[in-house]
Design a protein around this ligand. Sequence first.
Ligand code: PEP
Ligand code: MN
Length: 293
Amino acid sequence: MDNKFPGKDISQEDLKDKFPLSSSLNKKKIIKISKDISFGGNNVPIISGPNGIENRDLIFKCCEVLEKNKLKLLRGQIYKPLTFPYRSKKYFEAGDKGLKILEEIKKNFDVLIVSEVMEEEKLELMNDFVDVFQIGARNMQNFPLISKTARYKKPIILKRHFGCSIRDLLGASEYALLEKNEKVILCERGVSTPHTHRSTSRFMLDIQAIPALKDYSCLPIISDPSHACFWHEWVEPLALGSLAAGAEGLMIEFHPDPRNAAVDPLQAINFDEFTKLIKKLREISKVLKKEII
Ligand code: PEP
Ligand code: MN
């Protein structure tokens, strides 16, 4: 390959020496999650659900919406990296009690569960019910956690920290790949806003990261517009834009009563909005010769 990126943060040497496993010098990876779900090919899987599992009833309703929309990947978050430590009705995580709910979901629905791991001590417990481990933005550089999670040999979604470069993200992905777990999916979830957006948004979707990561890396790249913009009305345009920009999957937050969600009530869309969005994504995906699954 020519020196494709002259003067860029990522050089040809980086591709060979710093990211030998995740770089685009390798064959593009298609990551199989189940018999009919994979990331990185012509399918665009949607991972969706509430910010966190608040209770059994709520998550069962969400699973029904997934089934109605013929989707298979559920956000089943039980451990939450909350910015403030105070727990009240508003600041909530299911915690260990959520494991039982994950078990019930598995018994009642044909869905695959994506769930964030915060501490290595929970890996063994989660492993029984979780199909895809998520390493959240805040733990993107928790290298021991990444390595230990990778040893479970399940697919990993690695979210880019809002202050980290693409180079940093690829460096972090190598820790998983070095454990001989090839199933790493990168996720763009918004970066800290420059002064131009500071009064309108907490984070900003770095849509350019999608083509950039496809240039630099062999790993699939997905987009999380909900966490990026933090504002429900912008989720649809950013989801459509991500798909058009080449995202190989999307993570979308929805909730039966978004404004009363226990966590991040401003970013979730409701059931109707979600169903309409999936319909639009399906229409656009036809033009792109992709399939929303
Ligand atoms: C999440 O997906 O629940 C989450 C906390 O996202 P992020 O790590 O991107 O903030
Ligand atoms: Mn959040």
